[in-house]
Design a protein around this ligand. Structure first.
Ligand code: GLC
Length: 456
């Protein structure tokens, strides 16, 4: 009789102990890769600031530093506006009235998907063309605008655009895995204007195209003071800031950094593999470590590695992209005690039903490391930006943020503020973040009215 048959209980116990030790050593090594200490964050902040300086001076830089041709609003903006918020697979349109006293009254709002859930159409894949995409948006605007009302239209288009004016914005390249043909290199304002004309929508006149970060900053400026940085921490990631005297105009102007493309943060082997397997290897490297679109993918790759090593069971679904959605990541992060939610998520998404408590704990630790790294990386880029605009930390800085990570991910906002305080101890209490919910829509409304006023 084999020894293990004589002592089955002790063998199981040994295997169990062995698994616990193996999990613990895997997690320690992962922690070394993913938990960025304050010295590393400081280096990232310094590299980020240098990339800002270079990008603004037109030198080679991973930060595009795109001019927006808009500064901080006065609050006196007035009129009927339509705001189009296009930054993901759902487009939102808002019909609003600005009263000239920092108030935006929303009359109506609607949302529509660019990818039909039932599969009838898809305007964002490689088979779709620009005319179809913008034709669809124009048609939705036409059926939404109230007849008899003359509107200025502000368009939040949340992709990297080269602007030569507030209403001239050429898409440099798609991000967030969008693929519609015939849009890259084209003027977005012109594409939408042409589509509106083709659909015979005559009471809506495009006046401004802005990035969602810029929209967030404009909207936050209506309600808060000292907002000189705005950021999106959601499906995508990007930050803008107010340049007090922009080299192009000598006047205050918001600059869209396209910081998701920053390449100065240390990648782990999981980030390298994710980048290589993406549609755009080498680009948006920071975004691929930070944003909601990719966090579940980093997490999935680590779980895949653990499964290969026998620390977790096998699962065919581990090869399936985006199998772990943001909502499920949040459930894991918020879980407590015996981790029932973690068990439920892993059962639903990966078919794992027999995990031990240690394995569930390990999975939660992995997710925490991935999410906390995201928040700390964001903080280091904010720190670089603050140092750029106010090296002596002579004043308070409010950072307006929109996006699901900041708004909903358990602990994210706390980790972000903690990292800012670690990085800038001398400014404790003077560098704060605030939620600017739906800022990109309101911001488009403000931009439309600002641009309409300056063109009359
Ligand atoms: C992507 C886009 C950027 C946008 C961000 C957040 O990074 O390139 O323009 O601001 O997503 O939506």
């Amino acid at each position: 009789m084999a020894t293990w048959e004589k002592h089955p209980a002790s063998t199981i116990w040994n295997q169990h102990t062995h698994l616990i030790m193996a999990l613990s050593s895997y997690l320690s090594s992962l922690e070394k890769d993913l938990s960025l200490d304050v010295a590393v964050l400081q280096q990232i902040a310094t590299a980020f600031e240098k990339a800002m300086v270079d990008g603004l001076a037109g030198k080679t830089s991973s930060l595009k530093m795109l001019p927006s041709f808009i500064g901080i609003p006065t609050g006196k903006e007035k009129g009927a506006v339509i705001a189009v918020d296009f930054g993901g697979s759902n487009v939102r349109v808002i019909d609003a009235q600005l009263d000239g006293a920092s108030k935006v009254e929303i009359k109506q709002m609607k949302r529509f998907p660019l990818v039909d859930p039932k599969g009838a159409y898809n305007y964002v894949n490689q088979d779709a063309r620009a005319e179809e995409l913008f034709g669809f948006i124009a048609q939705e605007i036409g059926s939404f605008a109230r007849p008899g009302v003359s509107y200025s239209l502000g368009h939040t288009f949340s992709f990297p655009c080269e602007q030569t004016g507030i209403n001239q914005a050429r898409l440099i390249h798609w991000t967030k895995e969008f693929k519609t043909q015939g849009v890259e290199g084209k003027d977005i304002a012109l594409l939408l204007d042409t589509a509106l004309a083709a659909k015979n929508v005559t009471n809506v006149k495009g006046t401004a195209v802005i990035n969602d970060t810029v929209g967030t900053q404009l909207a936050a400026a209506y309600t808060h003071q000292n907002v000189d940085i705005a950021s999106i921490c959601g499906t995508g990631h990007n930050t803008c800031y107010l340049q007090p005297a922009h080299p192009l105009t000598g006047k205050p102007m918001i600059v869209n950094m396209e910081s998701g493309n920053f390449d100065g943060a240390p990648q782990s082997r999981f980030d390298v593999a994710l980048d290589q397997a993406s549609d755009s290897p080498g680009s948006q490297r920071l975004e691929k470590m930070i944003s909601g679109y990719y966090l579940g993918e980093v997490f999935r790759r680590i779980l895949g590695d653990m499964s290969t090593l026998g620390l977790l069971p096998k699962a065919d679904k581990l090869t399936q992209k985006h199998v772990l959605t943001g909502y499920n990541l949040d459930r894991i992060l918020a879980d407590m005690g015996e981790l029932p939610e973690t068990a439920a998520v892993l059962g639903e998404c990966l078919g794992w039903t027999t995990l031990t408590l240690e394995q569930r704990k390990a999975v939660q630790t992995v997710m925490t490391l991935v999410a906390r790294r995201s928040a700390r990386l964001v903080a280091s880029t904010f720190c670089g930006t603050i140092h750029f605009v106010d090296a002596g930390l002579t004043r308070s800085h409010a950072i307006a943020i929109d996006g699901s990570l900041y708004e909903k991910m358990p602990q994210y906002a706390v980790w972000l503020q903690a990292a800012l305080d670690e990085l800038l101890p001398q400014a404790a209490g003077r560098v704060t973040t605030l939620l600017a919910k739906d800022g990109s829509g309101i911001g488009a409304a403000i931009a439309a009215a600002t641009a309409a006023a300056s063109s009359t």
